[in-house]
Design a protein around this ligand. Sequence first.
Ligand code: ATP
Length: 543
Amino acid sequence: MRFASVVWGAAEGRRLWLLCVLMVATVSPVGVLAVVNTVISGGAGYTVRALDVALFLLSTLGVVGGQLVGARLTVDAVETLLDGIRMRLVGSLRRLEYSDFERIGGGRIYDALTRNTGVISEAAMVMLPGYAALGSLALGGLYTLALSPVVFFTLAGILGASAALYTISQRSVRAALTEAAGAETAFLRLLGHVVHGFKETRLHRPRGDSLEDAHLSPASAAHRDARARAAARINSGISISYGFFYVALASIAFVLPPFVGDQEIIGQAIYVAIFLLSTVEIILRSIPLIARAEFALDELERAERAVEAAAAGAETGEVPAAFGEIRVRAATFTYRDAAGAPAFSIGPVDLTVPAGETLFVVGGNGSGKSTFLKLLCRLYPPDSGALELDGRPVGPAQAAEWRGLFSSVFTDFHLFDRLYGLEDRDPAEVNALLADLGLGRKVRFEDGAFSTTDLSTGQRKRLALAVALLERRPILILDEVAADQDQEFRERLYREILPRLKREGRTLIVVSHDDRYYDCADRVIRFADGRIVDERRLEGARE
Ligand SMILES: Nc1ncnc2c1ncn2[C@@H]1O[C@H](COP(=O)(O)OP(=O)(O)OP(=O)(O)O)[C@@H](O)[C@H]1O
């Protein structure tokens, strides 16, 4: 019923149509039944009337039309519902703090969307025929009552017992579906290793064999068994109901004749029972799909709730055209594991960066440089302490304004194929910048998109740098951008490009392991164990 009420909710504006089609789809099969039974009961001498033919044709039209229009209406309603869920999820997702996004897991949201929407769409096709069949079953029951109360009460008793047993058998279905979903997630995680670790397994056969034989194969088998168990539980209910139906047929044919006393009525009752069997079959076939869809709806709603609960309110705020200084005051941030236990911590960090400064951030692997930069641009909100813009504390309400100061190329940057949000950039300017960064012969900017993003690691970083520069924001964060560059470009980056950006007034915050270029900075701060342990002022960037 939950799926039906959700679809009903989504069918706003078309509910009257839905009701009309449901009525037509419910009544029409009973119309066919009535006409055929009239002809049967007329015996050998019965002359088929024009009214019989007209009623039969009308009812058939109702059955076929009800199916077609009903499916269209429910599919439209369900797809509108899914569109709403998808866009709400994306909207909430975009309001998450980055730390919450990492905690919830982008992969989980992606999985929830891709896995469940298909199941829900599939159920939309069978929902209206299922409910119409339920209505036809009830009308068929009334028809039986008119035919013979004895047959009616026998059928009602047997079908009632069948429905009760079916309900009991389906109680464990939800648990089986949950188990199957868990097994699927475990399998998909391992499949991710096969896909993303293709090079590594192709080069190192024992690794691939171990992954396949010791992990993937058992996970696939567990997935297979869990799905088979869920299907078996669903099917056991269907089989029980079929069994009961044949008991009903046998009762009418072999047990009831002495009680009814009219073999003609028994013949009609058998025909009615076979008709009812066809409606029960439609109901039984639609129930598992609707049960799966309700389960999928629950999963989607859980994902939506998790994201919505963590999502911040809508952020507004104008990006300031200029600023004097940004300050980090006694700020701390701690990564937490899935159970909420603290892992690596940053801070307390105190740092003031005046506009126009070139600041190098250095330190060993895992010392916290990247984490600090994410804290600095407030991708991670500080657990304690504060961020200040020209002496003004930056709270959640000013977060968008603060983040609007920064462009970045992080080590785990994502390369977009288009200049999303920068559609007004002059293509000539973009292509000139690509040429300046040594990408002129490899990538063209045409029709608002880059001609390719299939690039080497160093080239991908240069393209990410180009996009960051096109954002024209006052502060540029570069996290080991020089790391994968050839010596010639590295030299240009430190000696020519960074100084040029500084002259243009940009504030540059650069993570670097290139100690021979530290003299390009105004100041170098060193991180160890999440804290600033050393600070050196230099004479500033030179060309
Ligand atoms: N998303 C995360 N969740 C939990 N812990 C993390 C996460 N990202 C980084 N860490 C941990 O935080 C610590 C600091 O990592 P960070 O990336 O800031 O170091 P880094 O100084 O930039 O290192 P590198 O020079 O190797 O890039 C590491 O111990 C790392 O394991």
